[in-house]
Design a protein around this ligand. Structure first.
Ligand SMILES: [Zn+2]
Length: 452
């Protein structure tokens, strides 16, 4: 019997982990970290419902932390198989996992120094050495070709758009075909290719981040320009918390287009994220996996100042001239963007601009919900700056685009499982799938097992 169980990424956008089991074979699709609300983050410390040593292989749809960030822990707890993903995903994941492990170690060290952990001593969820083992376990898989997995299973990856390397995963196991959307990108994006259609599946597992929303059809470049120009006219700075991989590169490209159009003169742009700078370099390594010509992204990158050094980053916070600072993390949960928020949030002339999905419980979500103050490094900071959101800059398909991808299937799957969304978003997508396509759709609960 074949079964599907969502060990994470059900009822939330984080912690994606989907287990397929057939006989003795166990395949895990994505292996993400829970983020945001504290009760979610605590799940990272709970024992996985299945023994990691009993998992035969992992398939990774893309490198974002909410899909890959639990991998080092999985290896530490006994997983000894391979991680199947595109070569670009492996390289992006290497950046993300090393950074995550370093942060885990640093947080534990900080908690021990300040003595505020309930555990003595505080331990990191995993270490840099665990991340290195995970990186070494990757087995790069080509697109559009069948790859053999343990237990007689077959994998086929296709482009998902979204971020460099992202793929949908078609898995044949136990005589059935299950297709996982991973995270789907937007159609007609300037940087990433369109999500490719998949012709056939018995079961589909689809994300629903924006399952209840349609993105504003306004031109994202125009909307970005308008926010920057009105902020600069007030003499203010725009701080953009951006996911280091994906959004940061698109923003750099959009800002360059604005400059080409003769706008934003006298408004310098800073990319303050070493990881984003490295991720931008990966565009060179994978020219077929995105839409930018080398001369375009070289020109775009030349128009921004990359800030590598922490001291330089702090000096940027002290500089009061109008400018744009693009810095990670994307949900303002950590990283260098925090000291920029502390420096710029108190002044009404500035703008905090969010361009990606903000999960419940994150600082980004609280600011968008109108928080009057925010706590940064233990200090309360008043928020008087404009707080703006441009969801059309997001790397995620909206609900129309999710339906468009589903319409690529030539016949109705037996069932669609809706994951990777907050409850309202997932349920709104379920209603649309049932009404507009007439397909059976269900929103799984975490740990709920389905016989396929
Ligand atoms: Zn993603």
């Amino acid at each position: 019997m074949l079964s599907l169980t969502c060990l994470g990424g059900a009822g939330t956008v984080t912690g994606s982990k989907h287990l397929l089991a057939h006989g003795d074979t166990r395949l895990l699709v994505d292996c993400g970290l829970f983020q945001g609300l504290k009760n979610l983050r605590e799940l990272n410390w709970q024992r996985l419902q299945t023994d990691p040593a009993g998992i035969d292989a992992v398939v990774l749809t893309h490198a974002h932390l909410d899909h890959s960030g639990y991998l080092p822990r999985l290896l530490r707890d006994g997983f000894a198989g391979r991680i199947h993903a595109t070569a670009a995903t492996r390289d992006v994941a290497a950046l993300i996992l090393r950074d995550s492990a370093w942060l885990q170690e640093k947080d534990a060290e900080f908690a021990n120094r300040k003595g505020f952990s309930r555990h003595a001593p505080a331990l990191p969820l995993y270490r840099v050495s665990d991340a290195e083992r995970a990186i070494a376990a990757f087995a790069p898989a080509p697109l559009h070709r069948d790859v053999a997995l343990p237990g007689g299973a077959t994998l086929r990856l296709r482009r998902a758009g979204h971020i460099l390397g992202a793929a949908t995963a078609q898995i044949d196991l136990g005589g059935q075909r299950i297709v996982f959307s991973g995270d789907l990108g937007r159609y007609g994006d300037a940087v990433m290719p369109d999500p490719e259609p998949v012709p056939e599946a018995d079961y589909v597992v689809i994300e629903s981040t924006y399952g209840d929303r349609r993105h504003d059809p306004a031109d994202p470049v125009e909307a970005l320009g308008a926010v920057i120009e009105r902020t600069a006219a007030r003499g203010g700075t725009v701080v953009v918390p951006a996911f280091a991989v994906g959004r940061a590169q698109s923003l750099i490209h959009h800002l360059w287009l604005l400059r080409q159009a003769g706008r934003l003169h006298n408004v310098p742009v800073y990319l303050d994220s070493p990881m984003a700078t490295s991720a931008t370099e990966l565009l060179h390594a994978y020219p077929d996996d995105h839409r930018l010509a080398p001369q375009d992204y070289e020109a775009a990158c030349a128009a921004v100042t990359c800030v590598r050094d922490v001291e330089e980053s702090k000096a940027l916070s002290a500089n009061r001239y109008p400018k744009v600072i693009v810095s990670a993390s994307g949900m303002a949960t950590g990283g260098r963007v925090l000291h920029h928020i502390a420096a710029f949030a108190p002044d009404h002339r500035n703008t905090l601009l969010f361009s990606g999905f903000q999960a419940a419980g994150t600082r980004g979500r609280k600011l968008l919900d109108g928080a009057q103050e925010t706590k940064v490094y233990g200090q309360w900071v008043p928020v008087r700056a404009e707080v703006a959101e441009l969801p059309m800059l997001s790397a995620h398909a909206d609900s129309d685009e999710l339906l468009r991808w589903l319409s690529g299937f030539r016949r109705a799957p037996r069932r669609v499982f809706i994951v990777h969304g907050e409850p309202g978003a997932s349920d709104a997508l379920r209603v649309r799938i049932e009404r507009e396509l007439g397909w059976d759709a269900v929103v799984p609960r975490a740990q709920q097992a389905f016989a396929l």
